[in-house]
Design a protein around this ligand. Structure first.
Ligand code: GAL
Length: 428
């Protein structure tokens, strides 16, 4: 692990342990509405590198607000695959945590439209945050001129993580990324021919959706891809059919045990040299760092072939739910998240980049420097698998169709389901 990250993580962990005793607790357990010195936070950062990131943030919170007990109500499952349901049950039962993690964009809009979040516009003014975040992010946090959450980070979802030794052994130059999906498929074939059984590591449903969204961006380009979410691009156009075809061809190169496999296990296949590539958001950077691999030597990254010049965006953003039992403590947490110190500690550990515009790129390791440059210079599009592009219902319908395709490979059925999902959720 990067030595600066190690030091930050160790300090954070010590502070967390000193101030909270044990961070983990079951949802709701230990939260006492009559004790103002508590904060119950809900995320899906429960294990591995994601937990290290959360601990770094909690460490800064403990320094900035000593005396507030941090109650960790998180629910495991990458991309919130289980957490969102558990959260919906709590919100439905009028038992909200004091703050919860959500994705900037359409997913956040779902909560806002359901009346579940408090307006934080005044909090932004009081804490001098109005100009601290980039416009492209603030746009995705705002509904009807009001802003309802505080972002902790920005992740990039169109990244290929590659094991350089595996590629080199198959005669592929890791420093020359394939120019497009067809060239990448040719390299995947080379890996297969050289004896690598699963050249492309894949995992559970949401990682399939993430791969499919990458292929959509590659085949449509950023403008037409973005139009899928606004209705200006039809789901019946040739580019979508080309994406379904490319996606099916990529599936010919994946591990057979992908079903139910969490992202970190899929990424681990690349770390261990069992696969050549994995398409994953840049939380994978933290996993490579933790495994002790060196960027540019043992592993490398490039934008998913066909998506160079595009930043597939998502951001985690924390909320103040209506009826939060510890409102002031939640505001303190949001203040930590938005502070320069909080963002630096968290993002160094998480692999993401700060959502603040006053980021100093040289404070970050090499991979994150590429992400900082890409976010500044490239065309930003919204991630489907991570709540930025489409409502939870819509992305769930697409995800179900994409997962079904992985087993039945019926391209026409997938195309039909994509059209139906659009009709059901965008128009109807
Ligand atoms: C994303 C989330 C990231 C990371 C990832 C894997 O949706 O925004 O912070 O946690 O899921 O769980």
């Amino acid at each position: 692990m990067h030595s600066r990250i190690l030091a930050a993580v160790a300090a954070a962990a010590a502070a967390v342990l000193a101030l909270t005793g044990c961070a983990a607790s079951a949802a709701g357990s230990g939260s006492d509405p009559n004790n103002p010195n508590q904060l119950e936070a809900f995320t899906w950062w429960v294990a591995g590198s994601e937990k290290v990131g959360l601990d770094a943030l909690v460490g800064v919170f403990a320094e900035q607000y000593p005396g507030i007990e941090f109650i960790n109500a998180s629910v495991a499952g990458g991309a919130g695959s289980n957490a969102k349901e558990a959260l919906a049950a709590r919100l439905g039962a009028d038992n909200p945590p004091d703050t919860f993690q959500a994705h900037a964009g359409a997913e956040l809009t779902d909560y806002i439209e359901a009346g579940q979040l408090q307006d934080l516009s005044q909090f932004y003014v009081d804490n001098g945050l109005t100009d601290v975040f980039p416009e492209t992010l603030v746009d995705r946090l705002t509904v009807d001129g009001k802003i309802y959450s505080v972002p902790s980070n920005i992740h990039r979802a169109n990244v290929v993580w590659a094991n350089t030794a595996v590629l080199t052994a198959a005669g592929i130059d890791p420093a020359t990324p394939p120019a497009n999906l067809d060239a990448w498929i040719a390299d995947l074939q080379k890996l297969k021919d050289s004896g690598v059984e699963a050249p492309l590591a894949l995992g559970t449903d949401w990682t399939q959706l993430q791969l499919f969204e990458n292929v959509l961006i590659a085949d449509l380009g950023p403008e037409a891809y973005s139009g899928l979410w606004t209705g200006s691009t039809g789901w019946d156009i040739r580019g979508v059919k080309a994406a379904v075809d490319h996606y099916g061809r990529l599936l010919d190169f994946v591990n057979t045990d992908y079903s139910g496999m969490e992202w970190d296990a899929a990424t681990q296949l690349v770390i261990d040299g069992k696969s050549g590539y994995n398409v994953m958001g840049d939380w994978a950077e933290a996993a490579f760092e933790q495994a002790g691999l060196t960027y540019g030597q043992e592993y490398t990254t490039f934008p998913t072939p066909g998506t160079a010049g595009v930043f597939d965006f998502l951001a985690d953003s924390f909320t103040l739910p209506v009826g939060a039992p510890h409102e002031q403590a939640a505001k303190d947490w949001l203040a930590t998240i938005s502070s320069a110190d909080g963002q630096k500690a968290f993002n160094l550990a998480k692999g993401s980049i700060p959502s603040r515009t006053d980021t100093v790129a040289s404070d970050y390791p090499a991979y994150q420097q590429t992400a900082i440059a890409s976010f500044a210079d490239d065309t930003v599009v919204s991630s489907l698998a991570h709540g930025a592009a489409a409502s939870t219902g819509w992305s769930g319908a697409i995800s179900a169709a994409v997962s079904k395709f992985a087993t039945d490979r019926k391209a026409e059925a997938l195309s039909r389901e994509l059209l139906r999902a659009y009709a059901d959720f965008q128009i109807g």
